[in-house]
Design a protein around this ligand. Structure first.
Ligand code: SF4
Ligand code: SF4
Length: 350
């Protein structure tokens, strides 16, 4: 793989995501509107966690904590291929025709539902378990996890492709698939433990997030960044030390990688979500947050060598920093960065 001159990165503050899916719709509108097979294109998606994710059980595709995934060029790095019908689920439309457009106004149904509705014990689809979460009232919880391709520094999807269709751009580290070269073999899907390459059965090719490279080249932010209702995303280059993204990752050290044990060196970062206190059996408030730190530590860490205990300690450390700085209000640089109100605070592509 050619030497990368610069590397774009994205950071998500999970304390601010409201699960509105505006980012997904922005991406679809910008890049895949009216394309054939649009229903299979989830270059950006937002999952409810803990949950099965999309495709189903993608988190089980990679290495376990403490054992880094084999490096690329190693066949052992290939991971299972999700099933189109079972793990992604057949796309559906909503029955708007039935409800809204029946001639004469005699709609046979008055409720909008998925149509044809997936059913059966193995039924699944994107956001199938949205807002379900885990636990029992009053200690139930969930949080949202927006995901794009991580434009990894050591991307196994690149080496997995026998046609060299998948490549990493030298100028900015964006990972792309040459649609003219792709033959839909799906080795790249097997190579990616995050399952952020999608095979499109309509076009017969594999596709993925392009990190809005035509916008990046103009210094404009990714559309999912600028359209995000919660302003949870920051984008910059790894070497831009003046950027807010750099400060959050390297100076304040409040952001972690998603499943770093997969060993791909992802270039996306997440500020883990804090949560309100849970309730003890006697009805008193617990001193701990409702989301167990162990749950977060299974997902987030600094690098692929950390143990689960080290990851838990880092998350506790991050929560301490956030709490301390929150108490200072807008006197804190960290708070001022996190309470971003303009695109220029979040998009710093120089
Ligand atoms: S997230 Fe997956 S598709 Fe994206 S660069 Fe990494 S390995 Fe490749
Ligand atoms: S647009 Fe922003 S707040 Fe809404 S789901 Fe996407 S990342 Fe979360």
């Amino acid at each position: 793989m050619a030497k990368i001159q610069r590397q774009v990165q994205m950071l998500f503050d999970l304390n601010k995501c409201i699960g509105c899916h505006t980012c997904t719709m922005a991406c679809k509108t910008m890049w895949t509107d009216r394309n054939e097979g649009q229903m299979y294109q989830y270059w950006n998606n937002v999952e409810t966690m803990p949950g099965l994710g999309y495709p189903r059980n993608w988190e089980e595709s990679g290495a376990t904590i403490g054992t880094c995934q084999p490096k690329n060029d190693d066949e052992a790095a290939l991971t299972p291929l999700p099933d189109i019908e079972g793990d992604y689920g057949a796309p559906w439309e909503y029955n708007y025709g039935e409800v809204l457009k029946t001639e004469g106004g005699n709609a046979s149904r008055s409720v909008v539902v998925p149509f044809p509705s997936p059913d059966g014990p193995d039924a699944y689809a994107s956001n199938w378990d949205e807002d379900v979460g885990v636990g029992a009232f009053p200690n139930n919880y969930y949080f949202y996890l927006p995901r794009i391709c991580n434009h990894c520094s050591d991307p196994p999807c690149v080496s997995a492709c026998p046609r060299r269709s998948v490549y990493k751009r030298e100028e900015d580290g964006v990972v792309l698939i040459d649609q003219d070269r792709c033959r839909g073999y799906r080795f790249c899907v097997q190579g990616c433990p995050y399952k952020k390459i999608y095979f499109n059965p309509v076009t017969g090719k594999s596709e993925k997030c392009i990190f809005c490279y035509p916008r990046i080249e103009q210094g404009e932010g990714n559309f999912c960044v600028t359209q995000c209702v919660g302003r949870i995303r920051w984008v910059s280059y790894r070497d831009n030390k003046a950027s807010n993204l750099y400060k959050l990752v390297n100076n304040w050290r409040v952001a972690l990688r998603l499943h770093p044990e997969f060993g791909t060196e992802p270039n996306t970062f997440y500020i883990p979500p804090m949560s309100p206190p849970g309730y003890l059996a006697n009805g008193d408030l617990d001193s701990k947050g409702r989301i167990p730190v162990s749950v977060l530590a299974r997902m987030f860490g600094d690098n692929c060598n950390q143990t689960l205990a080290q990851r838990e300690a880092r998350i506790e450390e991050i929560f301490d920093i956030l709490e301390t700085e929150r108490a200072k209000g807008m006197d804190s640089e960290l708070v001022r960065i996190l309470v971003a109100t303009t695109d220029t605070e979040q998009v710093q592509l120089t």
